[in-house]
Design a protein around this ligand. Structure first.
Ligand code: 15L
Length: 273
């Protein structure tokens, strides 16, 4: 009997930025199945290149380095940058200047699709008793959320002006398990993160699409009705962690902004001086 030929890789060369971060380390081995070569990049130590990988350290603030990073790349999964709320200057450099360098490099190197790690914090000032979809006006809950809103706007502009497609992933809480009651709504398992990224890379037509990155949780504040064309089907749910999360937080103060708003603790961070 003839042996089944291996599934051809979808991409010749895929770039993963932020590969040394928490989500980057999760996606790095998982994305290798979807490309012939995975180019991994970060400003931090990437370790040795594994089979099927090439390492290219780069700082997003360095336009020349980012241009070289996108040379010969079919598509990008952009996780790089600051991933939490904090003072403005580092966020400005990595998330605003850095994402501009990324899109300019994509234009010059003719990269056609980017999966952009945005964040639920672009809408963190909606209340936890509201359900929103991707058409809701943005309500960032800090400089970090503002920087991700900039990234989404830039993605829209580069699609309208240059035809570069992006899926902006408003990632919830991508952790091994939900740590508190808020995360029963925001949790995204690592398996579902992989499914979401792969669906975003492979959906035939995305233009600039926005999708909330959450698992199939029973409690939900986000409605992905505008993103059905991506074909993301979450397979995990936070429900099995509910009892533990409730035991950890038996009572909640409804007047506390951390409880009231979807962004949780991010909404109270700062000012920084
Ligand atoms: C994020 O955007 C952060 O990167 C992550 O550290 C979590 O805090 C997450 O949001 C969240 O909202 O739980």
């Amino acid at each position: 009997m003839p042996s089944t030929p291996p599934t051809p890789s979808l991409f010749k060369r895929l770039l993963l930025t932020g590969a040394a971060g928490t989500l980057g380390r999760e996606l790095r081995p998982r994305l290798k199945a979807h490309c012939e070569v995975l180019r991994v990049s970060d400003r931090l130590d990437l370790g040795a290149a594994d089979a099927g990988e090439e390492t290219m350290p780069a700082a997003l603030e360095d336009a020349g380095a980012v241009l070289a990073l996108l040379d010969g790349v079919d598509a990008v999964v952009h996780l790089g940058g600051v991933s939490v709320e904090g003072p403005f200057e580092p966020i400005l450099q990595a998330n605003i200047v850095g994402v501009y360098h990324l899109y300019e490099a994509a234009r010059k190197q003719r990269v056609r699709r980017i999966v952009f790690a945005s964040s639920n914090h672009v809408t963190g000032f909606y209340r936890q008793d509201e359900v929103i979809d991707a058409r809701a006006p943005l309500r960032p809950d800090g400089y970090y959320g503002v920087s991700k809103a900039f990234g989404e706007n830039l993605a829209q502009f580069y699609f309208d002006r240059h035809g570069i497609e992006t899926v902006s992933l408003r990632i919830g809480s991508a952790l091994p398990e939900p740590k508190d009651r808020r995360m029963l709504a925001t949790w995204l398992s690592f398996g579902d993160l992989e499914r979401l990224v792969v669906a975003s890379l492979t959906a035939p037509v995305v233009g600039h699409s926005v999708v909330y990155g959450m698992s199939d949780n029973a409690t939900r504040w986000w409605d992905n009705r505008c993103a059905h064309h991506i074909g993301y089907r979450p397979q995990d749910s936070s429900e099995r962690f509910r009892a533990a999360a409730q035991a950890r937080q038996p009572t909640l103060d409804a007047d506390d902004p951390v409880t009231r708003y979807q962004g949780g603790a991010f909404v109270t961070r700062g000012p920084y001086e």
